[in-house]
Design a protein. Structure first.
Length: 74
């Protein structure tokens, strides 16, 4: 994956199943990706444009790289 910048990470522990959401910049766009905290299974991924969110088109390799980065921060 080309260089990306992790800008924020939120661990949401308010619900029965905990989630981890990472916000990052990639190719000059803002993204948000959410995983379950227990096994880092992908829940959703969004890209933001003009104050609107759209499903992100990330490859499996890109998602795996972000997942590994989150593991290091947990």
């Amino acid at each position: 994956m080309d260089s990306y910048e992790l800008t924020n990470m939120i661990i949401d522990e308010q619900y029965e199943q905990e989630h981890v959401t990472a916000n990052f910049k990639y190719k000059q766009k803002d993204y948000s990706i959410t995983f379950t905290k227990s096994d880092l299974e992908l829940i959703n991924a969004w890209v933001f444009k003009n104050q609107t969110s759209y499903p992100a088109n990330l490859t499996d390799n890109e998602i795996e790289e972000i997942r590994e980065n989150i593991k290091r921060h947990l």
